[in-house]
Design a protein around this ligand. Structure first.
Ligand code: NAD
Ligand code: MG
Length: 387
């Protein structure tokens, strides 16, 4: 039996992961499940999967979680330290599906105990890619991508020589506003931004898809995951979301990964790797679909893409600053304190201000340094938004 843990179990990726695991209960022993405010869901899944421990990130909800788990034999715990403790419990495969920089510490703890980390939490790679990869190497673990584009690139690279790669193209649906006139973007509301044309995902990543901050994070994630020269990474708008990524080789061949927009493919691939097992995803009828379309990704409409290139050029802890500023700007947009386009301005100004404080961004990528710079970027972004 494989021992598995799922961090962010109550979210969109977490629930899709549980869907796959629950189809074959004999094959898995569930160690830890974690969630946030939705303790009812967390308790229900922990009972159903007979987890060893259920952890809510919200300490105030521990009594409710305990009450819901009474008599189940599942331990209950809460808070950031409990998350780390749960991630240290031996498991063979750990899903990292918390949203935001909060996913980094439990992911590192899971790698430190030698687990294979299935990484949906792209923020870990953006904030601390080299640290994540080095931790995996040091403890004999592995990191497998769960983001659909990165799973696609990973699959296209199997058996290939990285030196023969000429370009890596990750696709973007363009999100909720891809067809809106630019002038109208100033009025965009959080509810409108949270309507994704193709994918059913958490609220934050869906809004990040409309602003392309999600793709910006993914460009940086591509560089960190595959150690690819940023100059070789391209973003292509593909409204149908059927081709997830393409890898171009020096002989001119482009290897595309095609599939329906269903995260259970990428999750299942990471769960069964290196085997391929039957997955409950729809099979495409290409004749019925008829055509796929593509457009260039416009950096005037989506300035986040330009910022991602600047972050990669700066290197060091710039990714952690970028992500933290984005998280605060997104909070402010969701709370209607700032407009849709203001998010990119806030992130750019935060990057400029924090970069101006000499030495900070160039400090080594350790968990402490990531925490410090993350905190500074949040305070700076809040200060910028006060004005
Ligand atoms: P979601 O909002 O649906 O779920 C997030 C999960 O994290 C929940 O379990 C929530 O309780 C937990 N959580 C939130 N804040 C937390 C905190 N501070 N500490 C601990 N736990 C916390 O998000 P999602 O859409 O499932 O995305 C999860 C991650 O996967 C994100 O990094 C996202 O970018 C990435 N991802 C998601 C998709 C998708 O299809 N949803 C695709 C690719 C990558
Ligand atoms: Mg993605």
């Amino acid at each position: 039996m494989r021992r598995v843990s799922i961090f962010g179990a109550t979210g969109s990726i977490g629930q899709n992961t549980i869907d796959l695991i629950a189809r074959d209960p004999e094959a898995y022993r569930v160690v830890a499940l974690s969630g946030g405010k939705n303790v009812a869901q967390l308790a229900e899944d922990a009972r159903k999967l007979r987890a060893e421990i259920a952890v809510t990130a919200d300490a105030a909800l521990l009594p409710e979680l305990r009450a819901r788990l009474t008599g189940s034999g599942v331990e209950a715990a809460a808070g950031a330290d409990a998350l780390i403790e749960a991630a240290r419990r031996p498991a063979d495969w750990v899903m990292s599906a918390i949203v935001g920089a909060a996913g980094l510490p439990p992911g590192l703890a899971a790698l430190e105990q030698g687990a294979t980390l299935a990484l949906a939490n792209k923020e870990s790679m953006v904030c601390a890619g080299p640290l994540v990869m080095q931790t995996a190497r040091a403890h004999g673990g592995a990191v497998l991508p769960v983001d659909s584009e990165h799973s696609a690139v990973f699959q296209a690279l199997i058996g290939e020589d990285l030196g023969a790669v000429e370009r890596v193209i990750i696709t973007a649906s363009g999100g909720a506003f891809r067809d809106w006139p630019l002038e109208k973007l100033a009025e965009a509301t959080p509810e409108q931004a949270a309507q994704h044309p193709n994918w059913d995902m958490g609220q934050r990543i869906t809004i990040d898809s409309a602003s392309m901050f999600n793709k910006a994070l993914e460009v940086i994630e591509t560089k960190e995951f595959f150690d690819i020269d940023p100059a070789l990474i391209e973003v292509l708008v593909h409204p149908e979301s059927m081709i997830h990524a393409l890898v171009g080789f020096r002989d001119g061949a482009l290897m595309a990964h095609v599939g329906p927009p269903d995260m259970r493919h990428a999750i299942g691939f990471a769960l069964h790797y290196p085997e391929r097992k039957t997955l409950p995803v729809a099979r495409l009828d290409l004749a019925k679909l008829g055509q796929f379309t593509f457009r260039a990704a416009c950096e005037t409409r989506w300035p986040a893409l330009r910022l991602a290139r600047e972050v990669m050029q700066t290197g060091g802890l710039a990714g952690a600053v970028f992500n933290a500023a984005k998280e605060r700007a997104l909070d402010a947009f969701i709370d209607r304190r700032i407009g849709f386009q203001r998010m990119a301005e806030v992130v750019e100004e935060t990057l400029n201000r924090v970069s101006a404080q000499s030495g900070l961004i160039a400090a080594g990528i350790t968990l402490d340094n990531v925490h410090n710079v993350d905190h500074l970027a949040r305070v700076t972004a809040d200060d910028i938004m006060k004005k």
